[in-house]
Design a binder for this molecule. Sequence first.
Ligand SMILES: [Zn+2]
Ligand SMILES: [Zn+2]
Length: 125
Amino acid sequence: MLFEFLKQNHECKHTHIPLDADEAYCPDCGALVHNKWYIIRCSCCNIKRSSHLEYNEIKPDTKYCQNCGGTDFYIQKFDKINLTDINYAILKKEVISQKRVYSKQIWIEKEEQLLAENKIIGYLI
Ligand SMILES: [Zn+2]
Ligand SMILES: [Zn+2]
């Protein structure tokens, strides 16, 4: 049973979550997933370097910076990505814990209630 669960969790890549969403429920496995974007920049000349994921770690595609020949780099993290950066950015889909899923649902319900109340007030006026 637990093995089945882990297997399912491992297999879902959450591919149907829209790239422009901050966070969304995966339609395939039901997990609340947060889109996180990462860009690698050269520590020396600050240019954006193309990168890839290797065993869930972000690594530059090439050993040396094509602009200055440096090897040092740093990783910038973004909640949202600019379209101009999308070619350099690496997307990691982080599953948010079950506890936060629960509180998020409550929050949405409250907001919908407030919206409904506002609508009623709007109609009365
Ligand atoms: Zn999923
Ligand atoms: Zn450089």
